[in-house]
Design a protein around this ligand. Sequence first.
Ligand code: FE2
Length: 249
Amino acid sequence: MAWFGLGRRTPAPAPGALGWDFHCHLVPGVDDGARDLDEALQIIDALKAAGYSGAVVTPHIYGGVFDNTAAQLREAFAELQRAVGPGFPLKLAAEYHANDLLFELIARDELLHTDIDGERAVLIEFPYLMEAPRGIDALVALRDCGYRPVLAHIERYRYVQAQPAQWLERLQNIGVLLQCNIGSLEGMYGPGSQQLARKLLAERVPHLWSSDVHRAHQVARYIAPGVRRIAPGGALNPAVGGAAQQMAA
Ligand SMILES: [Fe+2]
């Protein structure tokens, strides 16, 4: 590459070099992600081309908005898995919105989770503009029930953008794993998220970088360039990939 003065360019990762994605919306027709099987397969092709070797899929469970149950999602996921085949292993978890339904599911111990470093990790999302009244309580309740809470796309919340240091301290004191969306680095969600994501990357804060992909075009436009910025030629989330690969084997 240096022959043409492009020495600073980062090469695309080899297929499978990145390990597993931890947060994405590939189950067809259950949330605002893939609308049908064709679209799910297109997204998977794009993820493979970007260097991913598998994915933990995380459809929304958001009472009043996406009223999915674990049983319904297991069924839809099994169909997707059959269509995709062994070439791109998948595992089912979910992205839970921090509202009343989540507390009911915690009480019933009915949570879709995935293993990260031997712990039962549960992905939680907060509202974007205003702090969830019981958001922190939900994270504490999960922890106290033996789960490892993972807070989704921490760089996207307006109130975290306003006071990042205070929020990071608060979350880390509870033992929450911090997940950032890769596309934020390239402006996929606007300047506020981009600025915070780049700051967090520079300080090596996030525990997990994930695609949160909903549409195939997002991969080439935002996620693949973000991947090259984070981990040129290397694995993104080795702990997740290893655990998920074992479970899928
Ligand atoms: Fe998501």
